[in-house]
Design a protein around this ligand. Structure first.
Ligand code: NAD
Length: 314
């Protein structure tokens, strides 16, 4: 057991350095924080350094990351001891998160926020591992890649204190993130549920033979997805109504939309459907697939974010 040490505000712990942990580490280092990282996988330390070195520029950062400010910890508790903020990114498994939060709670100084990156677990469930101070446990759910996408969903559980929520909102805001605080905890939080609703219908349309995987991707990325990157679905729908705004849209397009809802698909991820989707994405991307495509996407995202920052938007 690692005894609690006093919290150092300029230090963050990154626990689990897979896909999401790498992004948080890059963001924290780029904003001048010291990082204490831990991951039990063999070779994880070397992989983290290699992954950080391979990252391109991202919003608010160019050039090499100050990896001299990165310390490898001997355990999750060792990473949390002395950190001023703890960001957990272990596998999405309830039992594992419980064990991990028990260790983090033992080691972190009182009052230090323990945030889980969990994509869908309830913070109340995660906090069951933290017997000492469950009031400082919450979900701080990023979007991939965390060093690029501003959104972080801050989700308090039943026992999370207002102080912990405020501290997490302030911490993420100071890093340049755009936190959204949820009013209640639900599986999948907010944005993943919205994505899941879209995925359900997209998979169904492919299964029904209405469109190919490539057709669905084009329909979103060359269509409503462009608007959604600027304004959310409600504000866009409001603008679609002309002078009458959302009230007009709902009055005249609401009834047909209700009929479409009755026809929306309910899918099961059968092996056959999974094969169709995977084959479809390979057909769509062909030789473009791989890290170069991710780098191109992130470069466009960086320009988009820069453009957004020059314009007043909600
Ligand atoms: N991938 C995404 O798009 C995404 C987005 C947002 C949030 N998340 C969430 O972030 C978390 C991590 O997801 P990921 O995609 O980075 O997964 P990942 O599989 O890439 O990384 C998980 C890491 O956790 C490590 N690990 C295993 N046991 C551990 C332990 N006891 N303590 C610390 N680390 C341990 C693994 O070695 C691995 O490196 C999950 O809760 C996931 O739901 C993922």
């Amino acid at each position: 057991m690692t005894p609690p040490r006093a919290a150092e505000p300029g230090t963050a712990a990154v626990v689990g350095t897979g896909v999401i942990g790498v992004g948080w580490t890059a963001l924290f280092l780029s904003r001048g924080l010291h990082v204490r990282a831990y991951d039990p996988a063999p070779g994880a330390q070397e992989r983290l350094h290699a992954d950080l070195a391979a990252l391109g520029p991202f919003p608010g950062h160019t050039g090499p990351l100050p990896t001299g400010n990165l310390t490898w910890a001997a355990s999750a508790g060792d990473a949390a001891a002395g950190a001023g903020f703890v960001q957990e990114n272990g596998p999405e498994r309830e039992d594992l998160k419980h064990a991990l939060f028990a260790e983090l709670d033992e080691a972190a100084a009182p009052g230090v926020v323990l945030a889980s990156s969990s994509s869908g677990l309830l913070p109340t469930t995660v906090a069951r591992g933290a017997a000492r101070h469950p009031e400082r446990v919450l979900v701080g759910h990023p979007f991939h890649p965390p060093q690029v996408i501003p959104l972080v969903e801050v989700v308090p559980g039943e026992r999370t204190s207002e102080e912990a929520v405020e501290a997490a909102l302030a911490f993420y805001t100071a890093l340049g993130k755009r936190p959204v605080r949820l009013r209640a905890e639900v599986p999948g939080h907010l944005a993943n549920r919205l994505q899941a609703a879209l995925w359900q219908e997209a998979y169904s349309l492919v299964e029904r033979g209405v469109a190919t995987v490539a057709d669905v991707d084009a329909a979103i990325s060359h269509g409503p997805g462009l608007r959604w990157a600027v304004l959310g679905p409600f504000a866009n729908q409001h603008l679609s109504g002309g002078p009458g705004g959302l009230a007009h849209v709902l009055a005249h397009l609401g009834p047909p939309t209700e009929r479409w809802w009755r026809d929306l698909g309910e899918v099961t991820l059968t092996p056959a459907l999974v094969d169709t989707l995977v084959d479809g994405v390979h057909d769509e991307l062909g030789d473009l697939d791989g890290p170069a495509l991710a780098a191109r996407r992130d470069a466009v995202l960086a320009e988009l974010l820069a453009a957004k920052s020059r314009t007043e938007l909600p």
